[in-house]
Ligand binder design. Sequence first.
Ligand code: FMN
Length: 507
Amino acid sequence: MSDSKPLTLSEWFHQETKYDRRTINLLPRPDFDGQPMPWKQWHSRHPVDLVPYLPFEDFPLGPAEDQEPLDPRSLGDEVRAISRTLFFTCGATGFQQTPEGTQIFRAAPSAGALYPTEVMVVLREIEGLKDGLYAYSVPHHQLVLLYEGVEMEEVAAACWDDPAFEDAKMCVVLTGLWQRSRWRYHDRAYRRILLDTGHVLGNLVHAAGHEGYQAKIRTRFIDSRLQSLLFLDDAEEGVLALVPLVPWQSAGIEVRDEEPLSLKASTGSPLTNPPAEDPIVALQRAGELLENSSSQALAMKPALAVQQQNEFALQGTMADLSGEFCSISVQRRSTRQFTGAPIEVSDLGRILDFSHRFLRASSTQLLGAGPLLDVHCITQRVKGIDSGHWLYCCEKHRLILRKAGDHRRSLQEYCLGQDLAGDAAAAVIYSAPLTEAVRLLGDRVYRDLHLDSGFLGHQINLGSMRLNTGVSGIAGFFDDSLGKFLGLPEGHIVTYITLIGDPMPSG
Ligand SMILES: Cc1cc2nc3c(=O)[nH]c(=O)nc-3n(C[C@H](O)[C@H](O)[C@H](O)COP(=O)(O)O)c2cc1C
């Protein structure tokens, strides 16, 4: 650690988990024999079978032979909404036979297909079901009752009695399982777990909306209360998001009427020594919010300087997915190879517009630290606009040039040499002023910056799929080289990259 400038835990963690050309090969090889299961194995003799509520019939894995699911006729109408919301958010949408067994792909993408985000739901007053905490079994598309004693009121209390819970009969709980990703990605796994969870949230708002519910994402809560309420060991697993689902008619639209936005802050004390404990657990703990955590106004201005003289006004817009969300969610797959052919600038405009509605000042309050993110766009092969590094201004739907030129090979190199990056038509990259953000909001902001980047990256996935454009997230990159290329000042970090391009037809 530097003597002159003590780092906060977030800064230290980020520094320690950077990929660098000189050291990446020194990382231990993953132990493929030690790979954890990508889901928890829950079993109940009487599960809630969610398969009959799907809008199609051929779901491969129904109830096991020794199971007698609860009679659907005895269950309330909301079970259909739960079934579809969970399926189109993170259900098993792809089954592939491999020498090791069946690999299941899901509605939301996941770095390395490791799926470290675990899903539970808290239910209350659903006809035929006991109030309590249920686990979502992905392979069987079932709910399994875990604890009857977990009540919605207690979950709300861990959110400072947030009124969002008042009309909610269902609350989705997303947790991160550290080892499920860490066995492969070491401590950098934490970043990917947060990004992955952001993707799941990115589906959830659409899936719930499709069923007539507003997904009120809450990523700020009193961590220790929830961990003990849900019987979680924070050395293994941490709650990352709570999402009460509120019927649209009683939900009201949450707009950012507070100016500036105000967020609960954790501490962000400078480190004197590196943490003795597991760095992921240490950072998750450092970001904990307490009963009496205070709120801070989020009044930071866009951080990066731009030359106003070279702006490009984008024309294409996309207000919604035109009812295509469910089919996109089922058919979606990350692109493995781009052809290298260009895309149209109008399509790039549509994708950027659709994805960054959530960042606009007038939008719903879904993102914790979204306003802190800078949105970079590298145009590599986009018809109608010069190649270069641009900043995207979502309020004006404009690109503002930072550096003209063909950056294909550089981007490929920064993305660990992945061909996908060199062959992409464009890349959207998020960066954030970490040092300043932690000074303002404490270490909790590290979670927000990555969750929000994953959420936005997921919107890019959905918007691209809507236009039959190829897309893939990229969480592996040489941090400092990429930051330097983007002209990031000291204290700024890159959080996530999403590539867009012409997909190579599969098979
Ligand atoms: C956070 C995140 C990071 C990813 N990073 C990469 C990457 O660096 N390279 C790559 O080819 N795919 C990457 N992917 C795509 C995953 O490999 C893909 O989601 C996973 O294999 C599951 O396949 P599917 O998205 O087609 O369902 C990433 C996905 C996510 C969500």
